[in-house]
Design a protein around this ligand. Structure first.
Ligand code: MOS
Length: 765
């Protein structure tokens, strides 16, 4: 089935925040944010700003009627800075004016004095100074200390992965509209309508039932609007609360890039030990997460780094410790993969380093250590693994021998261009790691004409979740999908929702919808059974028709609906779902946190231009574990998008903060994201279809985050291409591997570099 949004998307009719008609009298907000990364506020004078034309009011911390607090996991983040600023871009004042231009003009009239304090941007320095968001956490299995002596090979190293700008096409924003009796309705471009509702209530000092949050769809989220959409929504609500007028704020791209957090950069250490058979016996890692100036979602992101620190491998002895380090950068936040990619990169680097030293291909080590069903992961859950199936299928289907041969031949025949290839297996756990968040509700109404309305807490952000939920309702009732309408996510219809995140939205909300439909279906069957004088068990609905014992009756869907209604039986249901079997014991760091895992293997090939340092990805060939896909088109879209986004993170996207904590890559002219020209020339996706029982909706496994992980392979493919040109280059595990870094590595001086034939020839030309 086609994505139900495709029609309105194509015609430009889909409604995003900026498509909501503006109510007469709407005011416009703009935030004044800190120009320095750390300091004590000596004074803030908005007197001149308030005298500017059109300005209605300037709000500061002292105007907040409730708590000046937006921290979700840890209460450590003010909405508006009161006495100190902790990062460049931290909101200090909110200007509200009759027009957007007037609000922006008034920002320039705010005068501040800030006494500078020490700025920390490096997570390792933060850790040394004891600046940790939460105490460190360690995952442990086996005994690494004892295992080292059994290892024939032991290697240590260090890795860096940089952040990543979400770059959702629709920037952050919100529109607050006053209702009667002090109620505020907020249209918010958020992945978490309940987070917005809860935080607005907290900051305004009003009950949650006074805040209605409504979200039709987002122009992208990628995690960036899981927690950080709240700020702007609450800003608008604050102004509406006082001024009793609609207030809108939709951020300019540069404001968004400057003021919001990104994927967490990590600096990490590893130690890996293998025996002669290349089995990984022991692995130790230390992760220094750059959390930014406040917790935001960092503790949860850090947790997922630990969960995924062994990627798709079985390692019997593991000790991994993670530190969430407080720095003076904007609070970093959720980003597709949620700390998982950062953890996986490190073990892939450890394997690559081992392969270099032993002069073998990394894939030999990767293959020998793939997870098997029954293997215990460092956190206690036993794998139900498709890792070997995906790997073996990829190797065979894409003829790895032939691919290798082609790369070798190409490299022998070319001096100015070199190819590199890498395999990357993935494993990603599906569920919120915080067990309590794994719950969802669905409200299903069957109307008397036979049409159906479904409301859930799922937020459509381009991932196609609404289409999947619609498919669930249509399949359950066996009706034409056009009879089903998916409504906006609204906190007045569906309460206490988890954000649309963790790849789990279709599973959780789809299952709740399945339960709701089933409850209504049971009533339909009772009514039909009574009419046809049979047991409800012999009634069936097939393609909008009632069947009894396999035979078509005189009742169609509409007739059945009306008959149920006229008997005064409810045509509506509000259902609750929570996945069974999941639990986690934080005191032991053991449990069964995930409903299931998603597996896959990708083969990535790249060609570098050894004169310019630029490169093109030839192909990404994937075998991905979809379970039993309920929507092939949407799932392919998620895979392709995830792969390109992952490659972007690993190769070209480079976030630069200077020593003073100022974002230098603060616009699209200085921050390069993949465009259509940087998409691999070929992306092949093979569906490993498994019919095995799992907790996915209709056994169609979650697909939002896992494909991004294939992008990690891009780094190692590039690295291999570099080594084909300059075998002695010592290429740091420092992502992204930008064209600049590639160029430097191509001509890196090493002790033996005079003997590199490829290099010499190029230098002679
Ligand atoms: Mo997503 S990174 O779990 O918002």
């Amino acid at each position: 089935m086609k994505n139900i949004d495709s029609y309105t998307h194509l015609r430009g009719e889909s409604v995003y925040l900026d498509d909501i008609p503006i109510i007469n009298g709407t005011l416009w907000a703009a935030v004044f944010d800190s120009p320095v990364a750390h300091g004590r506020i000596v004074s803030l004078d908005a007197g001149d700003a308030e005298k500017m034309p059109g300005v209605v009011r300037v709000f500061t911390a002292k105007d907040i009627p409730g708590e000046n607090q937006i921290g979700g996991i840890v209460p450590d983040e003010e909405l508006l800075a009161s006495s100190q600023v902790h990062f460049c871009g931290m909101p200090m004042a909110l200007v509200v004016a009759e027009s957007e231009e007037q609000a922006k003009a008034a920002l320039k009239k705010i005068r501040i004095e800030i006494e500078p304090l020490e700025v920390i941007t490096d997570p390792r320095i933060a850790k040394e100074k004891g600046e940790l968001i939460i105490p460190p956490r360690t995952f442990n299995i086996g005994d690494t200390t004892a295992a080292w002596s059994e290892c024939d090979y032991v290697f240590e190293g260090r890795t860096e992965t940089n952040g990543q700008e979400h770059l959702y096409i629709e920037t952050q924003g919100a529109y607050a509209v006053p209702q009667e009796n002090g109620v505020i309705k907020i249209h918010s471009s958020t992945q978490g309508p309940t987070a917005v509702q809860r935080t607005a209530a907290r900051v305004l000092g009003i009950p949650m039932h006074q805040v209605e949050v409504d979200t039709t769809r987002l122009g992208g989220g990628f995690g960036g609007k899981e927690d950080q959409a709240t700020t702007w929504a609450v800003m608008c609500a604050l102004a509406t609360h006082y001024l009793k007028k609609p207030v809108k704020y939709s951020l300019h791209r540069m404001e968004d890039m400057r003021m919001t957090g990104k994927r967490h950069p990590y600096s990490s250490d590893f130690k890996i030990g293998l025996n002669k058979d290349l089995k990984i016996l022991a692995y130790e890692a230390a992760f220094y997460q750059n959390a930014g100036a406040a917790a935001d979602l960092s503790p949860a992101v850090m947790e997922r780094t630990l969960f995924h620190c062994t990627n798709s491998y079985y390692v019997p002895n593991v000790k991994a410790t993670a530190y969430s380090c407080r720095t003076n950068l904007p609070p970093n936040t959720a980003f597709r993969g949620f700390g998982g990619p950062q953890g996986m990169f490190v073990i892939e680097a450890a394997i690559a380093k081992t392969a270099d030293a032993l002069n073998i291909d990394a894939s030999v080590i990767q293959q020998k250590n793939l997870l098997r069903t029954g293997d215990e992961l460092p956190y206690g859950q036993k794998a139900e693994s498709e890792a070997n199936e995906c790997w073996n299928k990829a190797v065979k289907l894409y003829d790895i021998g032939k691919l290798r041969h082609e790369v070798k031949q190409f490299n022998e025949a070319n001096n100015l261009y070199k190819k590199g290839m890498a395999l990357i297996p993935i494993c990603f756990g599906i569920s919120f790691t915080k067990t309590l968040m794994n719950q969802a509700r669905s409200l299903v109404h069957v109307y008397t004409d036979g049409s159906v309305g479904v409301s859930t807490g799922a937020v459509e952000m381009g991932q196609g979740v609404n289409t999947k939920i619609l498919q669930v309702a249509a399949a359950m009732f066996s009706i034409d999908p056009v009879k089903v309408k998916i409504n906006s996510a609204n906190t007045y219809r569906i309460a206490n929702t988890s954000p649309s995140a963790a790849s789990a939205t279709a599973d959780l909300n789809g299952k709740a919808t399945e339960i709701a439909c089933n409850a209504i279906l049971a009533r339909f069957k009772m009514v039909a059974a009574e009419e046809f004088k049979v047991e409800p068990g012999s009634v069936e609905l097939k393609e909008e028709w009632v069947y009894v014992d396999g035979s078509k009756t005189s009742w169609d869907w509409e007739k059945l609906v009306m008959a149920t209604f006229t008997r005064r039986i409810s045509l509506s249901e509000h259902a609750h779902y929570t996945p069974p079997q999941i639990h986690f014991d934080l005191s032991r760091e053991k449990g069964h946190p995930f409903a299931y895992h998603v597996y896959g293997t990708a083969i990535i090939t790249v060609t570098i231009d050894c004169l310019r340092g630029i490169y093109e990805f030839d192909s990404v060939k994937v075998v991905h574990d979809f379970g039993s896909s309920m929507n092939v088109m949407i799932d392919i879209g998620q895979c392709e998008g995830g792969i390109v986004q992952g490659i972007g993170w690993m190769t070209m996207e480079e976030i630069v903060y200077d020593k003073e904590g100022r974002l230098r890559s603060n616009a699209l002219s200085t921050y390069k994201v993949p465009d259509i020209y940087s998409v691999p020339k070929e992306i092949a996706i093979h569906f490993l279809e498994t019919k095995k029982d799992n907790l996915a909706i209709f056994r169609s496994k979650a697909v939002g985050e896992p494909p991004l992980l294939y992008g990690i392979g891009a780094f190692f493919a590039l690295r291999n291409a570099l080594k084909a040109f300059n075998p002695d280059a010592d290429i740091a595990f420092d992502a992204p591997l930008t064209p600049e870094k590639v160029l430097m590595s191509l001509y890196a001086q090493t002790s033996r570099d005079v003997n590199v034939p490829g290099r010499k020839e190029v230098m002679e030309k």
